[in-house]
Design a binder for this molecule. Structure first.
Ligand SMILES: [Zn+2]
Length: 271
């Protein structure tokens, strides 16, 4: 599933290709995404110029001046940059065709993603209103995490994955950040000390930034190979390493279920 680093990498790949470019045409092959693509979507976008592409959580917001295209990659979506004449394949649901004969093509086998038009300058859409702070911004730090978690009897892993608390900390990065911070993922959020909240906030930032860097460094290859803004997995210390030796202490990495998601951790390194 595309997580924050993949979405940010997609944004960084799209930006130089679409910034300042006019949208000539939009082709919708299938409207049945998580929310149906509105009937007037093609009409609203045609002739618009993309000024910038922002990211909020895992949403990309394409600023067109008179409104925003809101896109989300869902469980299995990708946005690829291709030459306009490239034939569409199955699951290629939307084409945004630009005046430089490039097309941004939205591909999504499971169709849990979104492609919507938000008219006007205000980003007060219900999908965006209740989102927590951006993990890489200065609004998110140990003090914030400490204050937000007091009295919370939910596991710290589920707490940092809650988008109302902080956006974009997906399952892989939650396990990795907790390992980096040496915190047992089963602990109640409300019992983590201020010093450890500081460490955890820094670990979340570092884990996400490393993944974005890894994606960014391979971006040129993705785009040049076949237009694919592909996904990548950063070097995981614990995620997906069930029963393998911990890289730090050699104990077996353990896997448990928390909130229907797999958590990986080292019971020796994480207390
Ligand atoms: Zn260990």
């Amino acid at each position: 599933m595309p997580e924050l680093p993949e979405v940010e990498t997609t944004r960084l790949g799209l930006l130089p290709k679409v910034k300042g470019r006019r949208i000539d045409e939009v082709i919708v092959r299938n409207r049945r995404l998580r929310w149906p693509i509105p009937r007037n979507f093609e009409k609203m976008l045609a002739g618009q110029t993309v000024g910038d592409v922002h990211r909020r959580g895992k949403y990309l917001l394409w600023d067109c001046g008179t409104g925003f295209v809101l896109s989300h990659l869902g469980m299995s979506g990708s946005l690829r940059i291709l030459q306009a004449e490239t034939a569409a394949l199955v699951h290629d649901h939307v084409d945004i065709v630009f005046d430089n004969s490039l097309v941004v093509r939205y591909h999504d086998p499971r169709r849990f993603g979104a492609m919507l038009w938000l008219a006007g300058r205000e980003l007060d859409h219900p999908l965006l209103d209740k989102l927590g702070p951006e993990p890489l911004s200065s609004d998110f730090d140990g003090n914030y995490l400490h204050a937000a978690s007091r009295g919370r009897r939910t596991s710290i892993k589920e707490f940092i994955m809650n988008g109302h608390v902080v956006v974009g900390v997906g399952n892989i990065y939650a396990s990795e950040a907790l390992f980096m911070a040496g915190i047992d993922p089963r602990r109640y959020a409300g019992t983590i000390s201020r010093a450890r909240c500081n460490k955890l906030a820094e670990s979340i930032k570092q884990t996400l930034a490393n993944a974005i860097r890894a994606g960014g460094s391979s971006l040129r290859d993705y785009v040049q190979a076949d237009g694919e803004l592909g996904y990548f997995q950063s070097e995981a210390q614990v995620y997906g390493r069930d029963e393998m030796p911990c890289n730090v202490c050699g104990s077996h990495v353990r896997s448990i279920r928390q909130g229907q998601r797999s958590t990986y951790f080292c019971a020796t390194c994480q207390k």
